[in-house]
Write a protein of this length. Sequence first.
Length: 276
Amino acid sequence: MTTSPVILLGAQRCGTTAFAYAMNLAFHDAGGHFTVNGKLPYLLHRWLTRQDLTDRHLRTDEILHALDRRPPDGAGVDGWRARVEKSLRTAALQVAEGSAGDDPAVLARRILAESNDGLPCWGDKYNEYLLHLPWLDAALPDARYVMLVRHPFEAARSMLRWTGDRPWLPQTESAALAKWTAWNKHWVDFAPQVPAERRLVVEYQALCRGEETARLEEFTGMGLRPYLAGLAPRQPAAAADGDLPLPTAAVWEALRSSAAAVGTGPVPALTTTMQR
C-alpha cells in the first residue's frame, strides 16, 4: 500500500461509478478513503487560477457550493468533506493575505493532500478528469491512474438510455460515439507521458468477469477481490466492432491494445491511417 493517490478515469457510461463504489469500500475498510465523484481536482482546475492568486481571491464559496449541489458519495465522505472545507478556508485566507504563493498547481496539491491527510491510501473518481489530464498530473505528480475502457457501442447505447437532468447528453448514436472518441482520445494522447508503473488500462467486460482483479490488486497494493466480485454488466457485450467510425475505431484499438498488454510497455499510438 502506498499513499500516492489512485485516480479512476473513464468516459461516461463506461462502468466507472460501480467500480468506484467497490474501490470506496475497499479503501474505507483499509483505513483510507476513495471518493465517488469527488471532483475536487476538477473544481480546483476551474476555480483556482494564477489570476485568482494575483487577485488574492480563492473561489472557496463556488467550490463548496458545487460540492454540495451534487455531493460526492461513498463511505467516509462526510469526514472527507469536512477536511476539504477546512483546507479551502485556510487556503482562501492565505491567498487573501498574499502568503499562498503564485503557483495554482502547488496550492491545489496542498489542498488535495490536506483533504486526505493521515490516510494510508486514498483516491477519487470523476469522469471529467479525462478532460484535464495534464493539469491533474501537475497537481498530483505521483498519482496512479486506472483507466477503465468500454466498447464504444456499449457506452454510446448506455448514454442514450441515460435518464435524469443531463443537458449535455447526446441524442443520437453517432453523437454519443463522437463524444466517447473525444474523451478517450485524451487518455491516448496523455498516457505516454506517464511512467508505465503509474498507469493501468482495464477493459470493462474483463473487469466484470474478474479477469483484471489480480492486476488491480498488484497495482494498488490492496486486496480487492471481495469488493469487485459483485460487478456485472447490465447490458450484453457488443457483438463486434461493426461499423465504428474510423476515428472511434482508432481510439478503441489503442485502448484495447493497452488493456491487453502484459507487463509495462509503451502505449500504442494511433497510426496515420487510423487517424483519418
